[in-house]
Design a protein around this ligand. Sequence first.
Ligand SMILES: Nc1ncnc2c1ncn2[C@@H]1O[C@H](COP(=O)(O)OP(=O)(O)O)[C@@H](O)[C@H]1O
Ligand SMILES: [Mg+2]
Length: 400
Amino acid sequence: MNLSILSCAPKCYSTMRLIEAAKQRDHKVKVLNTVRLTIDLADGEPNLFYKDKRIVPPDAILPRIGTSVTRYGTAVVRQFEKMDVYSPNSSAGISYSRDKLRSLQILSRHDIGIPVTAYVDDKRDVQGALERIGGAPVIIKLLEGTQGVGVILADKLEIAKAIVETLHSTNQQVLLQKFVAESKGKDVRAFVIGDHVVAAIRRTAQGQEFRSNVHRGGKAEAIELQPEYARAAVSAAQIMGLHICGVDMLEGANGPQVMEVNSSPGLEGIEGATGLDVAGAIIDYIADQVKFPEIDIRQRLTVSQGYGVADINIPVGSKFVGMSIDKTGLREQDVVVLTLRRGGEVISNPKGSRVLKADDSLLCYGKSEHMKALIPDRPRKRRRKLKPLPSTPVTEGTRA
Ligand SMILES: Nc1ncnc2c1ncn2[C@@H]1O[C@H](COP(=O)(O)OP(=O)(O)O)[C@@H](O)[C@H]1O
Ligand SMILES: [Mg+2]
């Protein structure tokens, strides 16, 4: 394949390793300095120029967008998307990952575990929010901090309030977050490629420091990730639209607490600690996707007028509970069941003989009017939480 790596740091470890891995596999690879790509907008064809020359679209791009060029970089990635060039990380996913509030808002709809967090604007609401989080000690975070800068631990409620007020007075927006004390200055970084965790490390803060970032002196060691953590990492990656990313989790008393999803994860720390060829795995994944791209099913299917995709939930007491999919009459109404989500499992192409249970969720494609009739009008009192996806989805045909 023809691969263009978008990076402002062609000589950094990660970029060099990716180039090396691509060359070893006989791919054509070049590094384009993200900020030297120019977006040309006109009716008709979307275009990009590199150093004033129109580019020939590659088969794929690998965006390695630094935090200092997020806005420009994501605009460039969006332009490649418009040109139908494959990118493992979507421009939207990269933008979301750069805003801690937005990421947590997106992740909070899913049952994957995040630290309890509040976002407050008015001074009068700070005390209440701090109390709801569980009081001091509490973490205060800048929305767009990185490498541990902008993450503060406040021991006392009064100090927390003073810090928030001070930051607000300088127009800095902050998140208030429960301090996950049991994680004891440690966090886990899971490197996700596609729907697998390919490598994982635990980072441990040194001395009195509570932040485990390598830039704050944290030490990294390779770990075997527990399935619960792998599932959380893969789910978080998929929810964010990032197929190559680093998912940072705290080890909470009740399991993983996803803190952030990094869309340009560094390779040096993880390859150094694990000895694994992560760069090679990235290149292999992209080459595979170029051959057999994953499509956005919702986007493709809804172009057929009157048809769409919808999640149909089977609540307790539904007439479908205990019925096989064949007996539901969905097929006769021109509705096809694509996946069945049950607990932590996703069953693709479920057989007609499969019997439905309460709390199942069916991802269906079909006539929108028929599907609408199946979705209850009344908002449910308790919002249904989506269950985590397994790292390897189960396909009905392959099940025993
Ligand atoms: N809620 C929390 N509880 C305990 N430790 C935390 C919490 N949030 C962050 N930390 C520690 O601070 C570090 C940096 O926080 P993070 O949100 O990842 O910011 P950054 O983007 O700057 O890395 C984490 O790696 C972790 O060690
Ligand atoms: Mg971090």
